[in-house]
Design a protein around this ligand. Structure first.
Ligand code: IPM
Ligand code: MG
Length: 386
């Protein structure tokens, strides 16, 4: 192909991307009404195993769900629906990041509990997570992290449907010369994540929201993210707003002198992805933090970590830590208006990781297995309820 032909192809591709993104942005202006789960007769929870350590952790999550939701499952108020087909083998065979049958089944659920899914590096297959977040319009990625001994209580609000992710599999390549990816920030997309973060702050007695960007370099996208968030901040005058660049914020989180002063973080997609792994590691490991992906119609709850193919290769998959997925269950229970059950699980997890009879999951053969840890969690839940 001649250079001219490459350029023409890229330009027409770019026009299409632009038109699609304008259309997506317009659609966002009419949000569907949120479901009030306290009034919903029946709640359908879809469970998705995922890849790698996913099925092992999800088996344990199912045990915990059955204990916590015993009455609701018996009465039919809650239905747990196992959703198949979201394995890397099936996705590769069908050439679809989320196969159609699986997507249809998912759309019939209210909320999802999902194990980690493997994302192929390179190629054009999109990450299943990215597809699900886009197709279900799960625009808020909410990740709580605490370091109790230091009084750190952080909640990250990561924009989850745009930024570097929305066109991450649709960049441009001119072989042997250059490659180019795109980053997108829309006005309605930024407004809705900013509102979600500020509403959370207001409803939970938080006094400070920290916006995190790299607006000195990403002038258009992060520049407008910053400006729009500050605009929304004016609707919440009781809350203090500050702004940091992502590089220094990454340093702040490892600075014990100041890190307990932060409360709520509001940030674009990729920075949110990176910094929440750092935060989870500070809390005790990426195996310890839960992640809520919420939108107006659907919500998906998952572990913060990936499918850990290395653990499977080394044969230590049974030693993976299910805590992160259990924290996801806690977030899910709060979302479906069952806060007492969420608190019960949270207390049991705290007891199981802090008491003398600690069953420590190290992620290796010197520690407990996911099943042993779950036995302890269930025993603790039942004891607390007795
Ligand atoms: C996360 C994960 C995902 C992401 C991957 C699996 C696509 O790292 O949920 O943080 O990058 O968002
Ligand atoms: Mg991540």
């Amino acid at each position: 192909m001649s250079m001219e032909a490459y350029v023409n192809e890229a330009v027409s591709k770019f026009r299409k991307l632009l038109e699609e993104q304008i259309e997506r942005s317009e659609k966002m202006r009419t949000a569907p009404e949120k479901k009030d789960f306290s009034k919903t007769q029946k709640i359908v929870v879809g469970t998705i195993d995922g890849d790698g350590i996913g099925p092992i952790l999800m088996a344990q999550a199912n045990r915990v769900l059955k204990v916590l939701l015993r009455d609701e499952l018996a009465s039919g108020r809650v239905e747990i629906r196992e959703i198949s087909g979201l394995t890397i083998e099936n996705r590769i065979a069908l050439g679809k990041s989320v196969p159609d049958d699986t997507m249809n089944a998912i759309k019939e659920c209210d909320v999802l509990l999902k194990g980690p899914t493997t994302t192929p590096k390179g190629g054009s297959m999109e990450s299943a997570n990215v597809t699900l977040r886009r197709e279900l319009d799960l625009y808020a990625n909410v990740r709580p992290v605490t370091i109790p001994e230091e009084n750190c209580d952080w909640t990250f609000f990561r924009e989850n449907t745009e930024g570097e992710y929305v066109l991450g599999s649709r960049g441009i390549e001119i072989p042997d010369i250059l490659t180019m990816d795109f980053k997108v920030t829309t006005e309605p997309g930024t407004k809705r994540i900013a509102r979600t973060a500020y509403e959370f702050a207001r409803n939970n007695g938080k006094k400070r929201v920290s916006i995190v960007t790299k607006a000195n370099i990403m002038k258009k996208t992060d520049g407008s993210f910053s400006a729009i968030c500050h605009e929304i901040a004016k609707e919440y005058p009781e809350i203090e707003t500050d702004e940091w660049y992502i590089d220094i914020m990454t340093a702040n989180l490892v600075n014990p002198r100041i890190r307990n002063q932060f409360e709520v973080f509001l940030l674009p997609n990729l920075y949110g992805d990176i910094i929440t792994d750092e935060a989870a590691q500070l809390q005790g490991g990426v195996g310890t933090a839960g992640s809520a992906n919420t939108g107006d119609r659907y919500a998906m709850f998952e572990a913060i970590h990936g499918s850990a193919p290395r653990m499977v290769e080394e044969g230590i998959q049974d030693y993976a830590n299910p805590s992160s997925l259990f924290r996801a269950i806690e977030l899910m229970l709060r979302h479906i208006a069952m806060p007492e059950k969420a608190d019960a699980l949270s207390n049991a997890l705290t007891v199981c990781s802090e008491t003398e009879r600690r069953v420590i999951v190290t992620g290796n053969k010197d520690g407990a297995t996911a099943g042993e840890f779950t036995d302890y969690v269930i025993e603790t839940l039942i004891k607390a309820n007795a």
